[in-house]
Design a protein around this ligand. Structure first.
Ligand code: 9D3
Length: 241
């Protein structure tokens, strides 16, 4: 999978894409991330990437020429690409969207800044528009990194453990159970004794109960959509005691 990222702040992408699982996947050639500076495609001596909005108003808007210039320059350098604009007006990025994108050979991610991007770019030069959630960022760069991270880990071979991507929270609509590791006693706070009992079935049931309890408390929206088995109902009741 190839990611092409268009931004006026290319240096924002260095460490997030060099560390951890994404960094390893790049080293191993499982993904390729290319970051392009939109300013390099801005015409004129001043290489302006933004301008004042027609009709007036606060702030600046990203000009179309540099972004479209960048898109055209990278177009032929790889397989057919889906081009995606990161914008607060986009459809919400979910695990389901990540899974669908992970099946494509190449994504072009366009990061907006200022008050946004000239609408003609959005309308005529992008296939998709994505928002990562209902909060206000200063630009699309962090959103693009979120997309790269969430998509990359779904690509076969990227995760150390091949099975775990599918088992993760949000692929099943239930939150995960609490986790503990050594020491058994940390500053007077102990690990739930059930986890030390050695009975895998008892532990599985406790974890399922905790997962359901958490989901009900913290994510009533997810809980409402769960289809609880008779065992689930029993475990929920049990874990409230
Ligand atoms: C005064 C109007 N602005 C505030 C609501 C509009 C605005 C324009 C551009 C607000 C934020 C931004 C920059 N954000 C992004 O480019 C962005 C984003 C986000 O802010 N939240 C969630 N997902 C995304 S994807 C791109």
């Amino acid at each position: 999978m190839i990611f092409d990222i268009l931004t006026i702040f290319p240096s924002m992408f260095s460490s997030p894409l060099e560390e951890g699982m994404v960094g390893k996947a790049r080293e191993r050639g499982l993904i390729h991330v290319r970051v392009h500076n939109i300013r390099d495609f801005a015409p004129g001596r001043h290489q302006m990437t933004d301008d004042r909005p027609f009709g007036g108003g606060e702030g600046m808007v990203m000009k179309p020429e540099p972004i479209v210039g960048a898109l055209r320059a990278i177009e032929a350098s790889g397989p057919a690409a889906r081009s995606i604009l990161l914008t607060p007006q986009g459809r919400l990025f979910t695990q389901e969207v990540a899974r669908r994108l992970s099946l494509l050979p190449r994504l072009v991610l366009i990061c907006g800044r200022y008050e946004g991007v000239d609408e003609r770019v959005a309308e005529y030069f992008t296939d998709d528009q994505i928002s990562i959630g209902d909060y206000v960022l200063t630009g699309g760069e962090l959103a693009a990194m979120v997309v790269v991270d969430a998509v990359a880990r779904l690509i076969p071979g990227v995760l150390g453990n091949e099975g775990s991507a599918l088992e993760d929270s949000f692929s099943q609509p239930v939150l995960e159970h609490p986790q503990y590791t050594r020491p058994r006693d940390f500053e007077g706070m102990s690990v739930p004794p059930v986890l030390l009992c050695g009975n895998h079935e008892t532990i599985r049931r406790w974890r399922r109960g905790q997962a359901l309890l958490r989901t009900r408390m913290r994510r009533p929206d997810l809980f409402a959509r769960l289809e609880l088995s008779p065992e689930d109902r029993e475990l929920l009741e049990e874990s409230q005691k």
